[in-house]
Ligand binder design. Sequence first.
Ligand SMILES: Cc1cc2nc3c(=O)[nH]c(=O)nc-3n(C[C@H](O)[C@H](O)[C@H](O)COP(=O)(O)OP(=O)(O)OC[C@H]3O[C@@H](n4cnc5c(N)ncnc54)[C@H](O)[C@@H]3O)c2cc1C
Length: 347
Amino acid sequence: MKKVDYIIVGLGIAGIAFCETLRKNKKNFVVYDTGINHSTVVSGGVFNPVVLKRFTAVWKGSDFLEKAIPFYEEISKQLQVDLLEKTPIYRILNSIEEQNDWMVASDKKALFPFLSSEILKNENTAIKAPYGFGKVLECGKINPSKLISAYRNYLNNNNQLITEAFEHEKLQLKNDAVIYKDVSSTKIVFAEGASVVHNPFFPTDNFVGNKGEYILIKAPELQSEAILKGPLFIIPQGDNIYKVGATYSRDDFSKDATDEDRKAIVSKLEKMISCDYEVIDQIAGVRPTVKDRKPLLGSLEHKTLLFFNGLGTRGILMAPLLSEWLYNFSEKNENLLSDVNIARFKN
Ligand SMILES: Cc1cc2nc3c(=O)[nH]c(=O)nc-3n(C[C@H](O)[C@H](O)[C@H](O)COP(=O)(O)OP(=O)(O)OC[C@H]3O[C@@H](n4cnc5c(N)ncnc54)[C@H](O)[C@@H]3O)c2cc1C
């Protein structure tokens, strides 16, 4: 029987962030993952501490950002792949009133480090932005599919990845350990994203799931190096390719791309750009979203079973710090904030 400190189920951004926290703390672990990732891989990979609809700060945004940037810098070095780009976001402003709202927001204490107070003039004729842009300063993006594939290779080379579906009914719970097939572990962390709804140990009542779709376009005349934010995000991918989206479909756990969403994205895209483009692909994924929009960390009645879920729309930003909170809860008996503690849903 192989003995480890942790079994991790799921290798999206939650699983990867927890693996890294364990590695830094010299804990042994193995990961079970289906090899099919629908959320982290599909995601835009954007990290941004500002709610760009309302010009407000994301809950604990600056704390999350402070951990996220060094995390992605370090993991890029460790895996020897270029993952992180500190690409600015240009929020397209729609009126004089929005310009004023932006200026007021940029002066607020919580937003001052993140929003440039200057309104940028649009000089790109391919972009429809007569009222210019507000520039988000501390933000950027990672390449999520590169991260997943490089991290899978890394774990495979260390014999720490088992590519198969975890079968919950085969998990045996002992007082101070769990046993799964030929592995005995002190604890198990379920980081299964939206598929957690199939986990019999997970209370599904407050879990929503929110499907999102992107189209990929080729638009040689667009020439935007910044991430554009209007009714949608337009995220540069290199080689004149842009990810455009995403849509939101609550309580939808299906994973197929739809004609309906493609049409909705195209109609909004045409409000943002005026150049020619070709749709070259369409992708869909399900965000692991909770009713109160906060993460789900910690354990319920079985202390050996931990959850790392509920990353919602901002997993890339939040996972590095959340993984530390979960580790400190598990190993150092530190309390979790009640906002993120899964125990808030105990009856
Ligand atoms: C269209 C879209 C755009 C997004 N854009 C952004 C963005 O720009 N920025 C941002 O921060 N967030 C974004 N998100 C949200 C982000 O993708 C999620 O918050 C994050 O990826 C969730 O990560 P996770 O690790 O919890 O889940 P996932 O990435 O879904 O990973 C879960 C893993 O668990 C595995 N798994 C599940 N069950 C089992 C099992 N029984 N056995 C073995 N393996 C199992 C799955 O195969 C999967 O690999 C977006 C999401 C979508 C859908």
